[in-house]
Each structure stands twice: as structure tokens, then as C-alpha cells.
Design a protein around this ligand. Structure first.
Ligand SMILES: Nc1ncnc2c1ncn2[C@@H]1O[C@H](COP(=O)(O)OP(=O)(O)O)[C@@H](O)[C@H]1O
Ligand SMILES: [Mg+2]
Length: 385
């Protein structure tokens, strides 16, 4: 007997995966392929379909410096585990010699200093991020092109069998762990291609044809030249990150100012709001754009021109809880200037000119928007009466 077939939608993702994707998009600009790789991984894991006896996933991120390779892992940790630092991070450049490998896995019993070495990768450290709902851990090997041979051997073993044997012979099970690896290999080639591509005057309806493919091929070829086939064949996926363009840096500036506002709101005593005018943002973008360093340079510009002055203002008590600061570019002095609005004036300005409203705080640890501190809300409300 034939039953009526029911056509299923195999592209539909669970609400958990969709929420994860949305939260990740609030934190990560562009890098669509990386984003999809993360969401797919999450969906496969939550459906319980990750392969037994292997890590949950093994992803290699390639591409230029400051394009978000490390940040996407931290952002995912922030969303899933509530803390961007809930990642065991191995900076491969720091584990060049055999005694440094001991810092990673501990030294064998009987060795001098055996008791003092606390291995970085242990079952307990991995389990620290587990909750009743999500038994998952992140292990990140950053800048693997700097790894020593001994570290490579460890890494190959982990990818293959999802286990790591510590110095004292204890075994660490990595079958609930995602292994991320990043490398800046191919970054220079990508920059060259991008600059070549952007240098052409393209008709608007015709984007630089094949540029993305060329960029990807260049990065993957650089990785194949450097890394053994044995290693490349064990990876689930290689994702190439793209160099960020001006409008993308603009979005990152917005996100970073939001994170800074969040930090200010988390200070103990002097929570205040600030907003940066359009001219102020343009100045920061101008100061923070350097193709060689991607968004890293932008972050430095924010540190230098916003964080340090704000720290001075806080430390000298020139700003108080509930204040609203305006940060503007003053061409007469050639730098950003900071001025304080009274809470009442700020609320009136904000109503009259929503563009000047304090920047929106995007994404807290839980993925929700942050609220203004109680006192700011109370004063704002009072002045509306
Ligand atoms: N695509 C992106 N989306 C959001 N922020 C980014 C992105 N790329 C870089 N950043 C910002 O720049 C900083 C440096 O990026 P990072 O991920 O460490 O670079 P790398 O690709 O060299 O690992 C991050 O901490 C983040 O603040
Ligand atoms: Mg990095």
C-alpha cells in the first residue's frame, strides 16, 4: 500500500541554530562562509550527528590579519557559554620547545617540576564550559604556521583520534570538542588580489568577477604548500576570510563602540553613556584604516583616541554616574573633544535629534541588548514629564 509522501524541508534550521546565527551576525561583520560553517557545526552537534570518536569539528581559518578569525571563535563562545574567554586557546608561537609543550600537556611523573606544571588542556578545563543543555568545548590553536614539530604531532593525533595523552598518561577525550585552527597564511596574496581587484573601475552592475574564488584559491594553495597533506586531509573544512572593506570597518566601529559602552556600564561606580558624532566616527575610521592590519588597527585607534581619554576622565572624576558624554571631532584642535551634557539636556537633544542618541549597545554576553543604568533611565524619565 502506498502512503502519501510528505515532503520535508531539509533546509529548515532549529530555532536554537537560528538564534545562534542571529547572535553571531550581531558580532561578526561579513565572513559569510565562516558564519555558515559555525552554524552548520552547531546544528550537526545539537542533532547529535557529529561523528563518534572524532572531534565535533575541525575547522581551519585562513586569511589576512585582523579579519575576524580569532574573534569569531570568541564571539561564538560568548553566545554559547556566556564568556568570550571560555575557549582553551593555544598560541602556537609560544610552544616552540619541548619544555613549552609541557605547559600544554604537563610533564611525565618523575621529571623535575612535574608537580608544578599544570597542563592547559585537561578534561576538567574542557568540561568547564559544559552545561546541562550543552556539553561542548572549544579548543583554539592560533597561528598554527608557528607550531613546532612536537606540537604538530599532538595536533595530528587530536584531529585523528579525538584523544590527547597528557604527560602523566591521563587521557583527554576530545569527542565533545571543536578544534579551531587559524593561520594568516595567504594573507599577503589576498591583499594583493584585493587591491588589484579594487583598483579596477568596475561598472556597478558587474562586480569583480571571480575575485572571491581567486582569493580563496590563493589562500588554500598557500596552506597546501606549507602544511602536510596528512594534516589538510584530516580537516572538516577550510574557510578563507576576506579582507575587510571600508563599509565593513564602519560596521565594526559601531560594534566596538557598543562593546566599549558596555564596559563603561559595567564599571562599578561611574556608569555613563557616550555618543560619538558622525564627524568623530569618520575621524576614527580614517585613523584606524590600514589594510595590512584589518580591524586590528581600528581597535588601536579606538584605544588611543577614545579609551585612554575616557579613562582619564573617569580617573579624575570629571564624569559622574548618569552623565552623557558627546565625543566630537574638532578640526581646530585636530582631535576628538569630549563634552558633557546634563542628563536633562541629553534627553531633550536625543528626542530632537535621534541621530545624536547614545550609541546602541549591541549584544551582551547573553546576546541581549544592554539596558542603560537605572540612574540614567530614572533621570531621563524624570525630564520627560
Ligand atoms: N569580521 C569581523 N567582525 C567583527 N569584528 C572584527 C572582524 N574582524 C576583526 N574584528 C575586530 O578586530 C579584532 C582583531 O580581529 P581578529 O579576529 O583577532 O583577527 P585575526 O583574523 O588576525 O585573528 C577583533 O577582536 C574584532 O574586534
Ligand atoms: Mg588571530
Amino acid at each position: 500500500m502506498c502512503t502519501q509522501p510528505v515532503i520535508l524541508d531539509s533546509t529548515l534550521r532549529s530555532s536554537g541554530a537560528m538564534e545562534f546565527e542571529e547572535a553571531l551576525r550581531e558580532k561578526i561583520v561579513s565572513q559569510e562562509e565562516a558564519l555558515q560553517a559555525m552554524v552548520n557545526l552547531y546544528q550537526v552537534f545539537s542533532a547529535g550527528l557529529n561523528p563518534p570518536g572524532r572531534p565535533v569539528g575541525s575547522l581551519l581559518f585562513l586569511g589576512p590579519t585582523g579579519s575576524g578569525k580569532t574573534r569569531i571563535v570568541e564571539a561564538a563562545a560568548e553566545i554559547l557559554f556566556g564568556d568570550s574567554r571560555a575557549v582553551i586557546k593555544v598560541d602556537c608561537g609560544e610552544f616552540q620547545h619541548s619544555h613549552e609543550i609541557a605547559k600544554l600537556i604537563g610533564s611525565p611523573p618523575g621529571y623535575l617540576g612535574h608537580r608544578e606544571t599544570h597542563p592547559l588542556i585537561t578534561q576538567e578545563a574542557l568540561a568547564a564550559t559544559h552545561t546541562d543543555k550543552l556539553k561542548l568545548s572549544f579548543l583554539l590553536f592560533d597561528e598554527i604556521e608557528k607550531a613546532s614539530d612536537a606540537l604538530w604531532q599532538l595536533l595530528l593525533g587530536m584531529l585523528d583520534k579525538a584523544t590527547l595523552t597528557l604527560g602523566d598518561n591521563r587521557r583527554v577525550d576530545l569527542s565533545q570538542t571543536v578544534i579551531f585552527m587559524t593561520s594568516n597564511l595567504g594573507g599577503a596574496e589576498i591583499m594583493e588580489l584585493m587591491q588589484g581587484g579594487m583598483g579596477f573601475v568596475q561598472p556597478e552592475d558587474k562586480p569583480a568577477t571571480g575575485l572571491d574564488e581567486k582569493v580563496e584559491r590563493a589562500a588554500v594553495e598557500a596552506a597546501r604548500r606549507k602544511f602536510s597533506p596528512e594534516f589538510m586531509n584530516r580537516l572538516d573544512k577550510v574557510v578563507v576570510f576576506h579582507a575587510l572593506q571600508r563599509h565593513q570597518l564602519e560596521e565594526i566601529l559601531q560594534i566596538e563602540l557598543g562593546r566599549l559602552q558596555q564596559r563603561v556600564l559595567e564599571t562599578e561606580k561611574r556608569q555613563f553613556l557616550f555618543h560619538v558624532t558622525d564627524a568623530g566616527r569618520q575621524f576614527l575610521l580614517h585613523e584606524g584604516t590600514d589594510q595590512r592590519y584589518g580591524a586590528r588597527h581600528l581597535k588601536r585607534a579606538i584605544e588611543r583616541h577614545v579609551v585612554f581619554p575616557l579613562a582619564n576622565l573617569l580617573a579624575t572624576e570629571q564624569v559622574r554616574m548618569g552623565d552623557t558624554l558627546c565625543i566630537d571631532w574638532d578640526k581646530r584642535v585636530g582631535r576628538l573633544v569630549f563634552w558633557k551634557q546634563s542628563a536633562e539636556a541629553a534627553s531633550v537633544t536625543n528626542r530632537l535629534n535621534p541621530k545624536l542618541a547614545p550609541i546602541q549597545v549591541v549584544g551582551t554576553a547573553g546576546g541581549r541588548s544592554a539596558d542603560a543604568p537605572a540612574i540614567v533611565k530614572a533621570r531621563g524619565a524624570a525630564s520627560h514629564k
